[in-house]
Design a protein. Sequence first.
Length: 218
Amino acid sequence: MKRKLQILALMLTLLLTAFSMEAMAKDKRTVERGMTKQEVMSILGTPKASSFDQTGTRWEYIKSKLLDPYDVYVRIEFDNRDRVVNYQETIIPRQTGNQNNTIIGNPTDEFRRPYPGFYDDCLSENEFTILYDRMNKANFDDNRMALLEVACLRSLFTCRQSAQLLKLFSFSDGKLKALRFMARQIVDPQNAYVIYQSFTFDSDKDKAARIMHEMQMR
């Protein structure tokens, strides 16, 4: 009997060691700014809770280790392109007996972006003015399109900025093509109505809405 207990104790120790090593291996992979939801899930798994509003999505996790006297509460913020913009860890001591849990560094809504419409990653007004002036001075829509295509490789836009650029194109087909380039680079799709106002006909507004929906979902 004693021999069996010793074997069980050894097996339990080995299992705990293996579990700890696996957890340590996972811990080496950290969530970083700009990661996609898929990349976050490959590191932390499925979130325990999720929520969203006009500025983006929030995921919440609880990370636990058997030998630690606390849990780690993790909150991750994604922007409207489903990219990580904020990450916060909070230590939560585990409850023992009649002791109540106390959260160290209790997370608050101040963790969210300062206010809706604050987008520090998009083109500054000065940068946008330079792009707008260059496109405005271009002789043909094809030349404007080429400038816009290059800008979309490394720039993000607000809906207001996008609408201003669309007005530089002479025809609806050109505007819709330009919108396809910009749609995934738009940081505030909830304001897309500003873009739709750039089109005269309802049919073109419907096409623009479909483009925004399709590109934002990719």
